[in-house]
Design a protein around this ligand. Structure first.
Ligand SMILES: Cc1ncc(COP(=O)(O)O)c(C=O)c1O
Length: 454
């Protein structure tokens, strides 16, 4: 009888190429639009903001894209990440399901985010960029970029959503330990921040606002580029290393997932684990049941519109076609800060629109309850974002128990929660609540979507 708990690959098995789902979709990916003309953006129009290396990847339709050796070399520090069979959780749930999780918390920053931070910092350094600006929600992305910046000798400036800045002081300390600077957003450092603070000095911030501030700062200096930790095609591309490794690990396990589950903030850990499997399905391989899990308080896929919208609140970015709650929507200050984004990756939105993805939404309390159930069986305390994947996986395992089916369920444990202890303290003390979003605010934000005929 097989008792294997960890399916491990060797460093030499780190994939040499990322996988690009644009090559296998039945229709081409949607294109970003220039907000002033409403016309498809010329890639060169993105150059003031992004490095050329990632712009090429953003529009590529090549199925596989080489991972530069210096990036693979740094990946060796924590990759390949383990695929676990959650045998202890299976026993605790008394389920007939075979539960697997890919654990991205083994990275130095504690999540999947360094997979793209290292790549984006590499391309920037190759092009002579000196400084990078970015936003961060929970701080996982800012920490990852701080780390990547220190490895490639780049200056890093991070705008951290104020509610998370206040909730997670050690994330800022982590970023600063690697030489980055971190400001709470909205801040008085930018015109966008000052306008928002003038309207409401107590604004808790959102990823949309923090993106506006980081973009504004990047536009002001020639030696500076902006980098994004999720949403864009090239970010999801870099994250496919997760799913590509998992495909190999399922060969070791002599199994294949029936269901794949991941949480969705901007869509990058989801695309990372799902796309290599979905690509196989689109090329005639096994069909997988794919579940995207979002917070009920920021329900982009379950309640948003599939439409062109701005990626940020101050409308400095191009228009992208995505599920959106409106760029002015500010979700309540719940603890999964990395999931508080009004939009969704265009590729994830398109796959959902094509019917390949089932979205589900959960309130935060049941997510924490599931996270603790998982931790007590498996010994790993998940990030609040990852708890959304955990709760849906446990629900799927319980459905198997009820039906007697034995399905293989894979979920992405996108990060650990060691910097999120105040949230667990609140939960255990009974001080964590399921705030509802303001329906009027959402309706107003949705009513002000840009008018685009495409
Ligand atoms: C641990 C973790 N998981 C998931 C997310 C959500 O982001 P994405 O949807 O891009 O994976 C974040 C974002 O900060 C995160 O920190």
């Amino acid at each position: 009888m097989n008792h294997t708990v960890k399916y491990l690959l060797d460093e030499t098995d780190i994939p040499r190429q990322w996988y690009n789902i644009a090559a296998d979709l039945p229709e081409p990916p949607t294109r970003p639009l220039n907000p002033s003309t409403g016309q498809p953006l010329n890639p060169s129009e993105l150059e003031p903001l992004f490095s050329r290396g990632v712009i090429e990847q953003e529009i590529s339709t090549e199925r596989y894209i080489d991972i530069p050796e210096p990036v693979r070399d740094i990946y060796r520090q924590w990759r390949p990440s383990p695929l676990y069979r959650a045998r202890r959780l299976e026993r605790a749930l008394d389920t007939s399901a075979r539960l697997y999780y890919k654990y991205e918390g083994v990275s130095p920053a504690g999540s999947h985010k360094p997979n793209t931070a290292i790549a984006q910092a590499f391309y920037a350094r190759e092009e002579g960029v000196k400084r990078l600006t970015t936003e961060t929600g929970a701080g996982q992305w800012g920490s990852s970029l701080a780390l990547a910046g220190s490895m490639f000798g780049l200056e890093i400036e991070v705008f951290m959503v104020r509610v998370s800045f206040d909730q997670k002081p050690y994330r800022r300390a982590f970023m600063e330990s690697f030489g980055a600077t971190c400001f709470p957003s909205p801040s008085d450092r930018t015109a966008a921040g000052r306008t928002i603070l003038a309207e409401n000095p107590d604004n808790r911030g959102s990823l949309g606002i923090a993106i506006s501030e980081a973009v504004e700062c990047a536009m002001k200096r020639d030696d500076t580029k902006y980098v994004l930790g999720s949403v864009l095609n090239h970010v999801l591309l870099h994250q496919t290393i997760v799913g590509l490794e998992a495909l190999r690990q399922f060969e070791l396990a002599d199994d294949y997932p029936d269901t794949i589950i991941a949480c969705t903030g901007g869509g990058s850990n989801f695309g990372g684990i799902v796309f290599p499997f979905l690509g196989r399905q689109l090329r005639g391989g096994e069909t997988v049941n794919i579940v995207a899990v979002e917070p009920a308080n920021c329900p982009t896929l379950t309640h948003g519109k599939y439409a062109y919208d701005f990626g940020d609140t101050a409308h400095l970015t191009p228009l992208v076609k995505m599920h959106t709650l409106g760029s002015n929507f500010v979700p309540p200050g719940f603890h999964a800060g990395g999931l508080r984004y009004h939009g969704m990756a265009p590729l994830v939105s398109q796959c959902t629109d094509l019917g390949y993805v089932t979205p589900r939404a959960y309130d935060q309390k049941v997510c924490f309850e599931a996270g603790l159930e998982f931790a007590r069986a498996e010994g790993i305390l998940p990030a609040p974002e990852a708890n959304h994947a955990v709760v849906a996986a446990i629900d799927a395992a319980r459905e198997c128990k009820a039906s007697g089916e034995s399905r293989a369920i894979l979920f992405n444990l996108s990060g650990h929660g060691h910097f999120d202890m105040p949230a667990y303290v609140d939960y255990s003390a009974g001080n964590l609540y399921d705030h509802n979003y303001n329906e009027g605010d959402m309706a107003t934000a949705l009513a002000s979507l840009p008018n685009v005929s495409a």
